[in-house]
Ligand binder design. Structure first.
Ligand code: NAP
Length: 284
């Protein structure tokens, strides 16, 4: 019998707690947490993500300011805006919605955001601190995966975690987070031979690939915990994951659905990081 890991319900519970925490902190500091979201260009998916982030902030009492810039914005102009936001005491978190247009160097942008305000956890200082196992702002999606495991009392210690995908956004930081929790980690990618035989060894199997239903019954060990990070849109508009959900429900002990699994946790972890950055700023 498989248990569904309900990311939507967990996210709602966490946001309710955050809302209360924010109001208490505002009483203590006299300041409200502030998040600046930068969007360059009019990519439809990015516009939706930014709107969702604004709404999520509002729901927990974080002030969000969206900076919607034209696709022609130069790298220099964008860097100047980031410099201004880095200096702004009302802003505790800054994120630049990716991807940025091709004429802008993503690394230059991510490295310009102050590590203390880097609520996406992409700055090399935060990446380095994660590797060192030190306190830092961590990338939201893999942090959301860890939060879900924790909420369902699934302890990675001593377990074999197989991660499919090695992106900077998800797979790579998750390796560190799992290692920091004493899991034994195997990471696979597009050049991995015989993916199924490796995935089958995973007590915890995380798919962050972007290939619809790549992970089927043959990839899942009986009783494994299966976390599906993938979000893929089928031609009929339906969202599906990187894992065959029917197989996961039959073979896994725990599994995440798409939608309502990892997705809602990602924005929730952004809110958590923003509150963390704000608390760090006031030493509370
Ligand atoms: P990405 O940057 O495109 O990375 C995909 C990874 O999958 C790469 O490491 C790639 O290997 C690997 N891969 C591709 N095809 C493979 C195959 N056939 N077998 C094994 N590995 C394969 O993607 P991402 O940003 O990590 O995102 C992954 C998925 O998660 C996407 O569907 C994305 O939409 C979703 N996502 C969801 C959330 C959320 O909030 N739920 C957040 C972020 C991303 P190489 O390195 O060898 O190319």
């Amino acid at each position: 019998m498989s248990t569904l890991i309900d990311g939507k319900a967990l996210a709602a519970k966490m946001r309710a707690q955050m809302g209360e925490e924010v109001e208490n902190l505002v009483k203590e500091t006299g300041k409200r947490p502030g998040l600046a979201v930068i969007l360059v260009g009019a990519d439809p998916a990015s516009q939706i993500y930014v709107r969702n982030k604004e709404k999520a902030c509002e729901s927990v009492g974080i002030l969000s300011t969206a900076h919607r810039l034209s696709a022609e914005t130069s790298e220099e102009e964008l860097l100047k805006l980031i410099d201004r936001l880095n200096e702004d005491p009302e802003i505790h978190g800054i994120l630049c919605q990716l991807p940025v247009p091709d004429h802008i160097c993503t690394d230059n942008i991510l490295q310009r955001i102050s590590p203390q305000k880097d609520v996406d956890g992409f700055h090399p200082i935060n990446v380095g601190n994660l590797v060192l196992g030190k306190e830092c702002l961590m990338p939201c999606t893999p942090a959301g995966v860890m939060e879900m495991l924790n909420a369902y009392n699934i302890d990675p210690e001593g377990q074999h975690c197989v991660i499919v995908g090695r992106s900077t956004l998800v797979g790579k930081p998750l390796i560190q987070m799992m290692l920091n929790k004493n899991a034994t980690v195997t990471v696979t990618h597009s050049r991995t031979r015989d993916l199924a035989s490796i995935c089958c060894q995973g007590d915890i199997l995380v798919a962050a690939v972007g290939v619809p239903e790549l992970i089927g019954r043959d990839h899942i060990k009986q009783g494994a915990v299966v976390i599906d990070v993938g979000i893929n849109r089928r031609e009929d508009g339906k969202l599906i994951g990187d894992v065959d959900g029917v197989a996961a429900a039959e073979v896994a002990s725990y599994y995440t659905p798409v939608a309502g699994g990892v997705g809602p946790m990602t924005i929730t972890m952004l809110l958590k990081n923003t509150i963390r950055a704000y608390k760090n700023a006031y030493g509370v």
